[in-house]
Design a protein around this ligand. Sequence first.
Ligand code: GRF
Length: 205
Amino acid sequence: MTGPRKRVGVLISGRGSNMVSLAEAARAADYPAELSLVVSNIPDVAGLERARNFGIAAATVDHRAFGKDREAFERAVDEVLRVNQIDLVVLAGFMRILTPWFVKRWEGRMINIHPSLLPLFKGTHTHRQALEAGVTEHGCSAHFVVPELDAGPVILQAKVPVLPGDDEDRLAARVLVEEHKLYPAALAEVASGRARLVDGAVIRS
Ligand code: GRF
């Protein structure tokens, strides 16, 4: 690894299992990123406690305090990130749509994990969408965040089979196992500079 570890801020809204997989990966001395901060938009979610158990600073910026003013909420989040000298933002089960203002501010420095093989099945209920479409393969995608929802260039993907008798929960659980491997690998690519967003595409070196 060359250079200091990148300081990562993870945005969550819930249980934070992807955040935990990143925190575990970041324990390795040669991992190119450290989890410096976890921010939830919902108070008292399990992910905040799990972050503190890893010794990671954890904060809440409650979006409800800002009413319909999405940008005011994001300015508050941005301030916490800035104060903590965050280099990279990682969305991990963060259930707020971000405005172009915030996305532009962190362009090339913000990634997301989405539980489908993008560009298939954007938005929510991706496992239901996959079952209804009758696909035989499903999975997850780690991607750079761009203003259009779930449209950012893909860094890494992992596939799982859709099996006879699958329901949403079974399929989600199978995908989640892959998310927990894929996201630490994708963050390592970005934090090390091996994957970069250039002119809307992922460039590898
Ligand atoms: C994951 O499936 C993620 O891909 C999706 O929301 C879920 C969050 O789970 N966007 P967790 O909070 O990381 O456990």
